[in-house]
Design a binder for this molecule. Sequence first.
Ligand code: DC
Length: 239
Amino acid sequence: MRQKTRAIAIDGPSGAGKSTVAKAVAKKLGFQYIDTGAMYRAVTLGVLREGIPVDNEAAVTEKSCRCSISLQEGIGGTLVFLDGEDVSEEIRGPEVTANVSAVCSYGGVREAMVAQQRAMADGGGVIMDGRDIGSHVLPNAMLKIFMTASSEERGRRRHKEWQEKGISMSLEETIEDINRRDHLDSTRALNPLCRTEDAILLDTDGMSVDQVVAWIVRQWQQISGEEGAHDLSFHADHR
Ligand code: DC
């Protein structure tokens, strides 16, 4: 049997709250947080900026190998750099969001990103979120979680986020977009979104962020036998 990687893999559909939760868990445990969705988003931004049609697989793949993407811990969270430029805000906009599913469906793009993601996780002590982390990127992660919530709940969360950023999109449109991306992400040929048998299912409907974070930290402590490195002084109890 292969040795387990000291890592937490979180997979799940769009808007399930993976990144908010993963960031907070990373802080509690002193882990590095790796947002793999942000990497696909950064490639998509690079593609759009160059005016490459997203349906041109060869050109998109070539661009993904040519651009340099890096993640850095900032004060307010992870910063995403594309060729040295901070694009953390821009990659969350509707244009990138509308095109990222197409870009990330290409094998060459995925290969380039997965190689970088595995290298980042090499030393262990990471929490990584995405769609194929437990199934493909880190199949030996010590803890795997499949985090989900109903599409209505996820739509409401995403809609609130858009509103806070001043982006106008109706709740119905937002839910429709979530459903469309769920479908694309889970039916694509390569490493689609799926729950592996060894992943714990976590339905976050009706749970607060603090409750989800506390639950994951507890799972980690049970599985690894480790205490968190940092602040474990919260007392959320649930479930
Ligand atoms: O989590 P997110 O919404 O930022 O992800 C953006 C897109 O990237 C989404 O359409 C799914 C895709 N993705 C993927 O295919 N594999 C990953 N490991 C992470 C994200």
